[in-house]
Design a protein around this ligand. Structure first.
Ligand code: ADP
Length: 543
């Protein structure tokens, strides 16, 4: 017997309709690429979202078509999120930090029909234009006054198009399982792969983002998403803030410490989220200027591991809760958040910092397990580490257009294999130990390359470190430490290796050290160990 409840589809347009109706006067503030601060409300945004849907229709965009965006966090990008998905087409956010050949690849792979582009990224498009197969219109996201001189053909001005339409649009009925947006992973492991979100997955994910043990976004918050809208939909914050009716503040392209501090203070921001690098710039600026953050209550940090020193600085110097979170493009992205449990807070003897640096506890909606090499689940004792697998309604079911790696990304029970190696402790806190392709398998035991790198960085003579596995006759693989030397201090390989004594088991210590002038990185700044492994292919340890 079915329940007798209404079947209302969970759609992205319902989020903005709700905000326009019940949070009509709540503000959306943007630092624009052109310079000035722009302000309007959810009510006005909705009116323009209707206009924009008409613009899209006039440009020949129809259901299922992909519409690319190359844009910073701002109100026009926000309008695209809702107009494109709301009319049944797919909002493809393109990461402009990727290498040019990767950008060309994903635009063509996604068959983008129209591209909306911020002024900043016009030169990027100019350099690629000839190789773009399906793009028949490029809309520059500005007004007539700021339209650039460009060689691009088929270009339009966003505001001119908006002025030419009405704000009445007949929104189509949408099946909640329909695709809504597309985001490519940055390709730490091979070509970028497309993750295709649905209306349902996006709305369910927004509920999780708003939940108290998620990012706790509410109608009392002013939210500043620092993480770009071209990176996993700014971790879903624009959708979740619209659901909650939170005031939104968009930083545009100004991610430096000074610009962020200005917005955080002037707009009385209570909640923000971003990767550790951005916060380092902000904290340095605050230190230099003596400014404080009187309104900010909490910041969520993810994308890479959150250092303990950053938690301490935010908490002790600025009275801001600094919360660690983990996720990935394939998970919309939210998986775990590092809030403290009642049990930990009650126990006077607990060192809370030990838990705050972990990646956090899983949210309802995501199921999680760690498994060994043959797929057997491992105990959640905080010691055993294995590949982290997840499943849930906002986890991908396969890459866009059947990427050949799709099959190997799932185990035989259809759990998604994250490629992260982790522990889960008895309190449920997950800790990322390594990437599965980077972990070193020595004599049947696993050695965490990240742990060895973090220790090496502690040596004054080491500016940057990477540890990779090198084939070894007896042990299968043994760790090699590759370092970039610090400018002013000289040390031998042996001296550097001595830093491991007493910090890790003897058998985990790297067999040797090699020095390079620089280490290879991906476009988003992550270490590219694939290239490093190729560089050291055929390497043999001296003994
Ligand atoms: P990519 O395309 O580089 O994989 P994602 O943004 O999807 O881009 O990155 C997801 C990966 O980033 C995760 O699988 C994990 O390895 C890493 N990551 C994300 N958050 C954290 C975190 N809090 N701590 C450590 N690593 C993290």
């Amino acid at each position: 017997m079915h329940g007798l409840m209404m079947e209302r589809a969970l759609t992205i347009s319902s989020l903005i309709e709700h905000a326009a109706k019940f949070h009509k006067n709540t503000e959306i503030v943007s630092r624009t690429v052109e310079g000035p601060i722009h302000r309007y409300t959810y009510g006005e945004a909705y009116r323009r979202v209707n206009q924009l849907a008409n613009v899209l229709k006039n440009l020949g965009v129809s259901e299922g078509d992909r519409v690319g965006t190359l844009a910073w966090n701002g109100y026009r990008h926000f309008e695209l999120y809702f107009a494109v998905s709301g009319m049944g087409s797919i909002c493809h956010t393109i990461n402009p930090r990727l290498f040019p050949e990767q950008i060309t690849y994903i635009i063509n792979h996604a068959n983008d029909k129209v591209i909306f582009c911020d002024l900043t990224f016009v030169p990027v498009l100019e350099s690629l234009a000839e190789q773009l197969v399906d793009v028949h219109a490029i809309v520059i996201m500005t007004d007539m006054e700021h339209m650039p001189e460009t060689q691009l053909s088929n270009i339009y001005c966003y505001e001119e198009l908006m002025d030419s339409t009405t704000d009445e649009f007949e929104w189509p009925e949408i099946d909640e399982l329909q695709a809504s947006s597309l985001c490519y992973s940055s390709g730490t492991t091979g070509s970028p792969k497309g993750v295709l979100y649905s209306h349902r997955s996006t709305v369910l994910h927004s509920f999780a983002v708003c939940s108290a043990d998620g990012l706790a976004i509410s109608g009392r918050d002013t939210v500043l998403p620092v993480v770009p809208m071209f990176h996993v939909n700014a971790w879903g914050m624009p959708y979740a803030s619209t659901m909650a009716g939170a005031k939104l503040v968009f930083p545009g392209g100004a991610m430096d410490g000074k610009s962020l501090a200005e917005l955080l203070i002037d707009e009385k921001v209570t909640f923000t989220g971003g990767v550790p690098t951005v916060w380092l710039m902000l904290l340095q600026h605050l230190k230099e200027t003596g400014k404080t953050l009187p309104h900010l209550q909490r910041t969520v940090v993810g994308g890479s591991a959150l250092p303990q020193s950053m938690i301490e600085t935010f908490e002790n110097d600025y009275d801001v809760a600094c919360i660690h979170a983990w996720g990935m493009t394939e998970m919309s992205p939210l998986g775990t958040v590092g809030h403290m449990t009642h049990a930990l807070l009650e126990d006077q003897d607990t060192d809370l910092m030990r838990y705050k640096v972990k990646q956090g506890r899983v949210l309802y909606g995501v199921d999680m397990k760690i498994v060994n090499d043959d797929g057997t689940p491992l105990p959640q004792d905080g010691e055993a580490f294995g590949e982290l697998c997840v499943r849930g309604p906002w986890v991908t079911n396969g890459y866009f257009e059947d990427d050949p790696t799709s099959a190997s990304s799932f185990d035989n029970e259809n759990w998604f294999r994250t490629g992260d190696v982790a522990t889960i402790d008895p309190h449920g806190y997950m800790e990322v130990v390594d990437r599965s392709k980077d972990v070193i398998k020595s004599g049947g035991e696993w050695i965490s390359s990240i742990e060895l790198e973090n220790i090496a960085i502690g040596h004054a003579a080491v500016a940057e470190a990477a540890v990779i596995g090198i084939e070894h006759e007896k042990w299968g693989e043994r760790p090699l430490l590759v370092c970039v030397k610090a400018d002013d201090i000289n040390a031998s390989g042996e001296e550097i290796l001595s830093i491991y004594e007493g910090k890790v088991a003897q058998w985990c210590i790297p067999n040797a050290v090699e020095f390079l002038d620089e280490l290879p990185h991906t476009a988003t700044g992550k270490l590219q160990k694939l290239t490093l492994r190729e560089h050291f292919k055929g390497y043999r340890f001296a003994d």
